[in-house]
Design a protein around this ligand. Structure first.
Ligand code: UDP
Ligand code: MG
Length: 348
């Protein structure tokens, strides 16, 4: 029995890359306002790639239970430059689930993840593809060139998050890498092999290894609307990411326990020493309370951390589907050319 997975047969060379094509996965949550122009820009990129590499592309729009007209507009998009798949989830499942749904439906070899709000500029796609086809890289990820426009507190929090998640890790997750990422066919195959339900894509894309390259970019401002990731949601996502990906918090808990215990032991020794040498009892109500409260709160925090992991085990054990597709339709590029009426074939 082989306990690893061999994906070497999917390696791309410049000659067979084009034959495998590329799926562009775009999660959409209330992106109605910018969708038409985004589709236009993706179409332009697809045309460029076809001309330059003979690369056939498809775009997979995943409507993550939008409450605005996103689905309506997505249904009306024309496959005038590339194939379109439209996957509509039964409710809002969150971005990671939407990406998973996209990955499950992607049919081409390589996969490109891109936000639906215009912040991940389609103009950069050609450069990413060049790194894959000409450079032979498997994971081409983009990272914010700088964080100058973010508050000190946020930068500090981000730094803390990555220090913790990368603590003792063999394969470090690059700090400030975004979700705008291209994966080669064998990297996609590797990503699909991972059996867990709680997926932290940013971590997993780095964990699988292969040849990775970083591309710096400046995220464009949102073309419309506001970000769906508030501070509390980001915090939730960080805890999700940490606990589904890394055991560092548990290790941190143990280490803190050891530190506190050693502190308490030394403190105890010093009291004994004091009684022994001076002969007087140490009056200690306040210090007792402080010690008690510290130990109590640290214990609660640690139980909370352990609880997070138990929650993860429970959700993996229940093995619920991570999304439901309420509607799936596709339009093919060639068919559109033959019958430009924009008819849709509903496929389940
Ligand atoms: N998104 C999603 N489901 C959600 C929230 C967001 O599919 O529950 C999508 C959203 O449509 C966008 C991408 O995820 O394409 C990133 O969202 P957003 O721009 O709000 O996040 P930010 O860029 O601020 O990190
Ligand atoms: Mg955004």
């Amino acid at each position: 029995m082989m306990l690893g997975t061999n994906v070497s047969n999917l390696s791309t060379t410049a000659t067979n890359a084009a034959a495998q094509g590329m799926s562009i996965i775009v999660p959409l949550y209330n992106e109605a306002a910018g969708l038409a122009s985004l589709h236009q820009r993706i179409g332009n990129v697809a045309n460029t790639l076809r001309r330059r590499y003979g690369l056939a592309c498809e775009v997979v729009y995943v409507d993550d239970g939008s409450s605005d007209a996103t689905l309506l507009i997505a249904r009306g998009l024309l496959a005038d430059a590339l194939d379109i798949q439209l996957v509509s989830l039964s409710r809002n499942f969150g971005k990671e689930a939407a990406l998973m749904a996209g990955l499950d439906h992607a049919r081409r070899g390589a996969v490109l993840f891109m936000d639906g709000d215009g912040q991940h500029s389609p103009d950069l796609v050609e450069q990413l593809v060049t790194h894959w086809i000409d450079g032979g890289y498997d994971v081409v990820y983009t990272a914010k060139a700088h964080r100058d426009n973010e508050t000190f507190l946020r930068r500090f929090a981000v730094h803390g998050f990555y220090s913790l998640i990368n603590w003792g890790a063999r394969q470090k997750i690059p700090e400030d890498a975004g979700d705008f990422r291209l994966l080669s066919p064998r990297a996609v195959a590797a990503l699909r092999q991972l059996p867990e339900r709680n997926r932290f894509f940013k971590g997993l894309a780095s964990w699988i290894g292969f040849r990775q390259i970083r591309v710096d970019y400046e995220p464009a401002p949102r073309t419309h609307g506001v970000t769906t990731f508030s501070v509390s949601r980001l915090l939730g996502l960080s805890i999700e990411g940490l606990t589904s990906f890394s055991l560092a918090p548990l290790r941190f808990a143990s280490l803190l326990g050891v530190l506190l215990a050693s502190g308490a032991f030394l403190f105890g020794l010093s009291i004994v020493w004091e009684v022994w040498t001076t002969g007087k009892q140490v009056p200690g109500y306040p210090s007792l309370m402080v010690g008690l409260m510290t130990i109590g709160s640290v214990q609660l925090i640690m139980i909370g951390i352990v609880g997070e992991y138990i929650g993860k085990i429970l959700s993996e054990l229940k093995a619920r589907p991570i999304y439901f597709v309420a509607e799936h339709s596709e339009k093919s590029f060639e068919a559109e050319k033959a019958a430009p009426a924009g008819e849709m074939t509903v496929a389940g």
